[in-house]
Every structure is written in structure tokens, then in C-alpha cells.
Design a protein around this ligand. Structure first.
Ligand code: SF4
Ligand code: SF4
Length: 382
């Protein structure tokens, strides 16, 4: 069977209660997985930390327990922010095999590599650890998901490239030249070291699905039948060295649209790149906070501030010209649901250390506060 480039990202699986990431909607998840496999795709990407540390178990239930092992390709990741020492690497890895109900992982990644965890990885030999697991037959292919500057990527590949078979990078047409991500330069470095690339965040957490109207019109004028999302996937999959592109699908419509894009995959041509350049300009002008909603920042926040939700509301307000009463209601409801207000931030900076996009979260929360906590409209839990 032809190897397909689309992978099923299990970071945003369907849930029954939006405020509880562990309330999996198994009926829906199984339908999505089944259809994805029926369409000729096999790659599933999860992680120890996704969905409140329960995603691996959900993947076991919805996939591993229902299909023969050779029917799917499974990827998961070692949480670099969580492990404490070498023993902990062993403990977590053993737990992951059990969580997933497998004897080996097809792909295994050091998760969210960046300057904040790199020294710890060197000190406790995390690169040697994954290589050892590969030698033991517990991992077939070893890599890392990388969220930092190109200089660090180069340093790691220079030093530890012999332990890594591939790298996972954030590549999309908005981050291509963004100073805080630099997709293009990171990709060039991966190419230089001949490391195949798996793409994460090809739609930048949904930003490239819900684009401003003028941007959508440009794409529809060029290809009336193609979805907005298909442009983002084709951009990512067209780049040199890319072997897979992940998509966190949570509806049947997305599964059908994305699998259709990849079954009939065509790399972008010059005319299409030109459309994308214009679309990127429009989006960049309109996106106030370039957050991907990954939620890494919320884990250690002492005030339980719903950072990505507040940023999404703020972005949506900045795109509107009139009243923003519905966003205000969402903001108030989120606070009533026991999340800290933006103004309750104590400035500890833990969120910024965890943010793979390197966003100045505290500064943005100030803007959120100004927008949603004006005296006249903000009346809850003062
Ligand atoms: S700086 Fe503010 S938002 Fe960030 S973790 Fe600390 S309290 Fe939470
Ligand atoms: S602020 Fe950063 S860490 Fe938090 S959800 Fe957005 S991109 Fe992720």
C-alpha cells in the first residue's frame, strides 16, 4: 500500500464536555479512526501529556484494542518538561507501553525540545535513552518534536544527530518567516542534516482554517471547490523532506476533507504559492495573538488562568468591528468555571517558560484584561 503523508493527531480528540479534556467521546473517536483507516491512512500521533495525561489510554481503547498491531503506525512522546532523572525516563516509558497496550512504538519522540529542557536532556542522557530503547526493539524510529530557534536545532543535530532518525517541526505558511518560530530555517537545517520531517501545527491550531473573509475569498476564487484547510496541508506537505503532516481531527467532515486532500495530493505550483503569500499577509495583519491553543502554558499556572481560551476570545474580538457581547459572555463564564481572570496573573512567568511559541503571555494578558474586565461590563467574581 502506498505510504500516505497524513497523520491523525490525537491532541484534540472529540470530548463530551468541553471543560473536561478526559471526557472522551469514544463513539465519535472510533468512527473517525475507522474512517481514517478505511481511507488508506495508518499513522496516529499521541503523547503522554495530551488530554490531561489520558490520551494514550484513549488511543488504546479506540484503536489498539480494536485493530491488529500491524494495521496502524503509532507514535508517542516522552514529556521532557515532566521527567526528573534517568530513572524517571524508564518509569514513564514503561507506563507509556502499558497505557497504549503495545510492545513497541513505531515512532517515538522527545517531546517539545527547546532551550528550557535541553540541559536536562543532556544531563540525564535522554538522547542515549531513546537510542537504547531502539536497540532493544521497543522503538522503531526515534525523533524529537522541536519548538525553538534554528540555532538550537543545529546544535542538537550536530551533537546528537546520530541518535535521531527524524525531527518534528512546526511548519505552516504563517510561521514560515515568523521570528518566534522560523519554520523555513528549521526545515533547511533538518534538510541539511538529512533528517526526514514530520509537520505539526500545519493549520496553526485552527488559525488557518478560520481565516479572515478576504483571505478565504482569494482561495475560493482560485480553487472554488477546495477547502481553506487544504491549502495549509498542501503547503506543509509540499516542502522538501516532509514525510508526514499531522492533523488534529475531531469531526467526520475534517477526516473526509483531509484524507481527500492527501489521496489526490498535488504539490503547490507557483500560482498557488502566490495566493498563499497574499493570504498570509492578510492573516498576519489581523491576528492579534499568535497562540496555537496547545495548552502547554496552563499546566503550571497557579491561578488556573485559561490562557488559550482568553487569547482566542481576544483574537476574535480584534477581528470584529462592532459589539463583542458574545465573547464577553464566554469570558465571564470561563471565570465562573473556576479559572483565574487575566487580572489575577501573579507574573510568575511559568507559562512563558512552557510556551513553544515563545509568546509574551503576561503582556497579552494585560490586553485581555483591558478588553474584558472594564468596570462597566465585567461584573462577575470581583
Ligand atoms: S505568569 Fe500569570 S498566567 Fe503565567 S503561569 Fe504565572 S500566574 Fe499564570
Ligand atoms: S500561549 Fe503558548 S503555550 Fe499557551 S496555548 Fe498558546 S501557544 Fe500554547
Amino acid at each position: 500500500m502506498k505510504e500516505q503523508k497524513l497523520g491523525f493527531g490525537c491532541m484534540r480528540l472529540p470530548v463530551l464536555d468541553a471543560s473536561d479534556p478526559t471526557s472522551f467521546d469514544y463513539e465519535m473517536i472510533e468512527r473517525l479512526f475507522d474512517r481514517f483507516l478505511e481511507q488508506g491512512f495508518t499513522y496516529f500521533d499521541t503523547a503522554y501529556t495530551y488530554h490531561g495525561y489520558q490520551a494514550e489510554k484513549a488511543v488504546k481503547k479506540a484503536l489498539v484494542d480494536r485493530y491488529p498491531r500491524e494495521r496502524f503506525v503509532l507514535a508517542t512522546k516522552m514529556p521532557l518538561r515532566d521527567f526528573k532523572d534517568g530513572e524517571d525516563l524508564e518509569r514513564i516509558f514503561a507506563e507509556q507501553l502499558e497505557n497504549c497496550g503495545v510492545d513497541y512504538f513505531d515512532f517515538y519522540l522527545l517531546h517539545n525540545m527547546g532551550h528550557n529542557v535541553y540541559d536536562k536532556c543532556c544531563k540525564y542522557h535522554a538522547f542515549d535513552f531513546v537510542k537504547k530503547k531502539k536497540d532493544e526493539g521497543k522503538i522503531k524510529t526515534v525523533g524529537m518534536s522541536f519548538h525553538d530557534m534554528p540555532e538550537l536545532l543545529e546544535e542538537i543535530l550536530e551533537k546528537y544527530g546520530d541518535r535521531l532518525d527524524f525531527v518534528q517541526l512546526q511548519i505552516n505558511y504563517i510561521d514560515w518567516e515568523q521570528p518566534n518560530v522560523q519554520s523555513r530555517r528549521c526545515l533547511e537545517i533538518a534538510n541539511k542534516y538529512q533528517k526526514p520531517v514530520i509537520v505539526m501545527e500545519p493549520c496553526k491550531g485552527g488559525t488557518l482554517v478560520n481565516v479572515p473573509k478576504e483571505a478565504e475569498e482569494l482561495m475560493k476564487a482560485y480553487h472554488p471547490k477546495d477547502s481553506v484547510a487544504s491549502w495549509a496541508f498542501r503547503f506543509a506537505a509540499s516542502q522538501k523532506g516532509v514525510i508526514r503532516v499531522l492533523s488534529g481531527m475531531n469531526s467526520m467532515e475534517q477526516v473526509l476533507d483531509n484524507t481527500g486532500t492527501f489521496q489526490n495530493f498535488k504539490p503547490l505550483d507557483e500560482g498557488e504559492y502566490e495566493v498563499i503569500r497574499k493570504v498570509a499577509e492578510i492573516i498576519n495583519q489581523k491576528t492579534a495573538v499568535p497562540c496555537t491553543a496547545c495548552e502547554y502554558c496552563t499546566h503550571g499556572c497557579p491561578k488556573k488562568i485559561a490562557i488559550p481560551q482568553y487569547f482566542a476570545l481576544y483574537n476574535s474580538v480584534m477581528l470584529t468591528t462592532g459589539s463583542f457581547s458574545s465573547q464577553q459572555v464566554y469570558y465571564n463564564n470561563t471565570v465562573l468555571n473556576n479559572h483565574g481572570k487575566a487580572s489575577e496573573c501573579v507574573g510568575c512567568g511559568k507559562c512563558e517558560q512552557a510556551c513553544p511559541q515563545h509568546l509574551p503571555i503576561r503582556e497579552y494578558l494585560e490586553k485581555v484584561k483591558e478588553k474584558f474586565e472594564g468596570e462597566s461590563i465585567f461584573t462577575v467574581r470581583k
